[in-house]
Design a protein around this ligand. Structure first.
Ligand code: PRE
Length: 282
């Protein structure tokens, strides 16, 4: 079994992979599209990528790439707590308050925005491809007074010193990761106990129909189908054109979800199932 993830070693995505696929070989990729392509091209069986963070919202590149470029299935999701730490090269431990640049993934920088504003005012920040890529860069450049925002495993992996712990702005910082596959299939068994199931649909509304979104939502509500998320993303076909990504809090069944989908199609919507899958909490 081959698993692709957003690397290098010790990203938050790597941590999620270690829980979801313990003991399995996992291959790091530099970007989320590269992870997704690795499954499409048959190099990996599964890809694990972040899709949503509690503080920062959706990981748009994941949603857009899945919807516009490479239509894989979501076959599982895992929600993990996210603790961000500020770390530096041990040679620079004493001079971190004068750091010249702070490096991290854009989501991680955003999760620590208040800390950076309060305690590192005026220090420039730069986006890296992941938190662990930032830690690795700091390890490789002791001659520069740099700091990275990353997790505790990255500090260990890249020999950095944590100078401030838990710098994320809100306690309930969690990220949701999804497992992607070319086929709709069950996740390989693990010790994790599923905390429920979800079904994700992509719905495109008919253009210029009054109350279309209201009608879409009522197709779910009168069937008592609980939605845990609704997100709009541009169709990229023109200003104001959006589709909706809808998470239903239950597994695909034979009556309710197919009934709601048929109702949406009768309204002129196009509907696609991105996956029906178990949810785990790490
Ligand atoms: O950079 C990492 O460590 C990642 O796994 C990516 C990512 C993200 O895209 O949101 C994952 C979890 C955290 O929210 C911050 C960064």
């Amino acid at each position: 079994m081959k698993i692709g993830y957003l690397g290098p070693r010790a990203t938050f995505t790597d941590l999620a992979v270690r829980h979801l696929f313990p003991g399995e070989e996992a291959t790091p990729f530099v970007t989320i599209p590269e992870c997704i392509d690795s499954v499409e091209e048959g190099f990996c069986d599964f890809a694990v990528v972040p899709i949503e963070n509690a503080l920062e919202g959706s990981v748009n590149i994941t949603l857009d790439y899945l919807i516009h470029e490479v239509p894989l299935f979501i076959i599982g999701e895992a929600t993990a707590p996210i603790q961000q730490h500020l770390m530096v090269h041990p040679e620079n431990e004493g001079r971190w308050p004068e750091a010249e640049l702070i490096l991290s993934h854009s989501h991680a920088l955003a999760q620590c925005h208040k800390f950076l504003h309060r305690e590192m005012k005026g220090v420039a920040s730069e986006r890296m491809t992941s938190t662990a890529a930032a830690a690795q860069y700091v390890q490789e450049h002791p001659e520069k007074n740099l700091a990275a925002i990353a997790n505790g495993l990255a500090a260990l992996e890249y020999g950095l010193t944590i100078v401030r712990e838990n710098i994320h702005d809100y306690d309930h910082n969690h990220t949701r990761f999804v497992v992607l596959s070319k086929q709709e299939q069950a996740l390989p068994p693990s010790e994790l106990v599923s905390k429920g199931s979800k079904t994700t649909l992509v719905v495109t509304l008919p253009s210029d129909r009054t109350g279309a979104l209201h009608q879409v939502l009522s197709a779910f509500s009168w069937r008592n189908l609980n939605l845990s998320k609704i997100e709009s993303r541009p169709t990229k076909t023109g200003l104001g054109n959006y589709f909706f990504i809808i998470d239903i809090e239950q597994q695909m069944d034979e009556v309710l979800i197919p009934g709601a989908m048929a109702e949406l199609e009768a309204l002129g919507c196009s509907v696609k199932v991105l996956g029906s899958y178990p949810s785990f909490k790490l």
